[in-house]
Design a protein around this ligand. Structure first.
Ligand code: K1U
Ligand code: ZN
Length: 171
């Protein structure tokens, strides 16, 4: 297994639209394992393939405290949604930034597992928020795009400044 580098906002590759997974092979299973390890190490509760510069419709999620309840969603689709909730979200591609976003409270999702078998899942609360956040990544959307242009630009400036400082310290 391997830790994968995570793209940082405002990297333009985060706006790539992911393609459906067509082949359920050993390479896909290896990527799932690497993403799982990367998410747990970060630590995070979700990771989309987009964030590790792989532009296929693949998400890993684990909202358990013990990091022992992995959910893998391939080619996920929201079948229906109900209600609204607001949650203070974070993102491994926007480290140190937490902002409130409003999303559907309950969702029903259809997805495939690593064998290509279809299944459905009903989610509410944090799991529902996390699935919607990760599915946005697959569409090329980062959660800061729900914020006002003023807030978003401040975050962009802060992230670029931070990246420049890291680069300077590496020389
Ligand atoms: O997509 C990502 O970058 C992962 C993100 C998922 C997420 C968190 C909160 C709301 C919506 C989506 C994260 O995991 S950020 C880190 C985080 O929330 C966390 C980390 C360790 C323990 C508990 C939470
Ligand atoms: Zn994210």
């Amino acid at each position: 297994m391997a830790l994968l580098p995570i793209l940082n906002y405002p990297d333009p590759r985060l706006h790539t639209v992911a393609k459906p997974v067509a082949e359920f092979n050993a390479d896909l299973k290896r990527l799932v394992q690497d993403m799982q390890e990367t998410m747990y190490a970060a630590p995070g509760i979700g990771l989309a393939a987009t964030q590790v510069d792989r532009h296929i419709q693949l998400i890993v999620i684990d909202t358990s405290k013990e990091q022992n309840d992995l959910l893998v969603l391939i080619n996920p689709k929201i079948l229906n949604h109900a209600g609204m909730q607001t949650y203070e979200e974070g993102c491994l591609s926007v480290p140190g930034v937490y902002e409130t976003v409003t999303r559907a409270e309950r969702i029903k999702v259809e997805a495939q597992n690593t064998e290509g078998k279809k299944f459905t899942l009903e989610a509410d609360g944090l799991l529902s928020v996390c699935i919607q956040h990760e599915m946005d990544h697959l569409k090329g959307k980062v959660f800061v795009e729900y914020l006002s242009p003023l807030k978003r630009n401040r975050i962009k400036t802060k992230m670029l400044k931070h990246a420049r400082e890291i680069e300077r310290n590496n020389y």
